[in-house]
Design a protein around this ligand. Structure first.
Ligand SMILES: [Zn+2]
Length: 67
């Protein structure tokens, strides 16, 4: 199964992140290990150490097409 990355905006809950390795799930802001290094942010599963999300914010202006 794929991680829940994108989907319909209708039922928008807290962004819950799933670990594909051990099925750990929690909102990103709760429970996950968030490692910030400069412009990079890595979200690591606290249960098994799997990197669930990794992103760089360099050269990516904070412009989301939110509306
Ligand atoms: Zn895990």
């Amino acid at each position: 199964m794929n991680a829940v990355a994108s989907g319909p905006r209708s039922s928008r809950q807290k962004s819950v992140l799933f670990c594909t390795e051990c099925s750990f799930e929690n909102p990103v802001s709760e429970g996950w290990l968030v490692v910030s290094d400069g412009d990079e942010r890595t979200i690591v599963c606290p249960e098994c150490g799997h990197v669930a999300d990794h992103r760089t914010e360099r050269s990516a202006p904070a412009t989301k097409c939110a509306d």
